[in-house]
Design a protein around this ligand. Sequence first.
Ligand SMILES: [Zn+2]
Length: 277
Amino acid sequence: MKRLFLVFSFIFLLSSCDNSSTNSNLRLYVFDCGSIKFQDISNFGLSNNATQVRELFVPCYLIEHKKGRLLWDAGLPLDIVGKGVITVRPGIEQLYKVSLLEQLQSLAVHPDEIDFIAMSHMHSDHVGAAERFTQSTLLIQEEEFEAAFTNVSNFPVFDISNYQELENNKRVTLTGNFDVFGDGSVIIISAPGHTPGHQVLLLRLKNYGPILLSGDLYHFVKSRELQAIPAFNTDAEKTLESMKKIEKIINTEEATLWIEHNLELAKSLNLAPAYYD
Ligand SMILES: [Zn+2]
């Protein structure tokens, strides 16, 4: 009788584990999608004395969930891949060694197998490979779509030639936060200001814990300390509100913030094919 009880207890334990760990299969892969070097960082709302950092990392991320795959941010333009250090403007250099597509290939993932694609925003260092994901459903805030596609002539920070084809993708137009897989493990959070529909990503990883991918809410660690607003920012007031909102979420969730462009952080991370879960 006692043994029977133990067997039942064990089965119950197994089944309850299965029900509660909705995020147990969640994986986050980080890819090197280039880097950018600046001689002068005053465009980021920082004095050149504020930090010694002059180089930004450009990441792409793949999120694997049992219900599908999400690509978050699509890196620098693919046409600079393998060309060494490119001077894009005086004082600004970019480098992109191995394309995102090739890196995905090493995981045996084809672009057509990515169910969703979402960019933190539509600036050129976040949309590089986006047009290659023609089968993915685009998750974009209504304000971002309006500014980056419909009304782009009023938004010189966007270059539609970098991502125009995305207009043909299936699309879910968002008006705020969005639970991508419906179980609370992958949530797009609206954080407007840097661009009209800027967004960040909250992942509730089982082993690593909650993690927040910043988009360009902050570019440098110093930007967070000083609440620095870049010159190429759409709406300073909304950006400050978003910073407040996101800091509150980081506190409540006890989440780790990954400032996406932070090169020092990137150097400490295990890039794909390694993953965080
Ligand atoms: Zn950026």
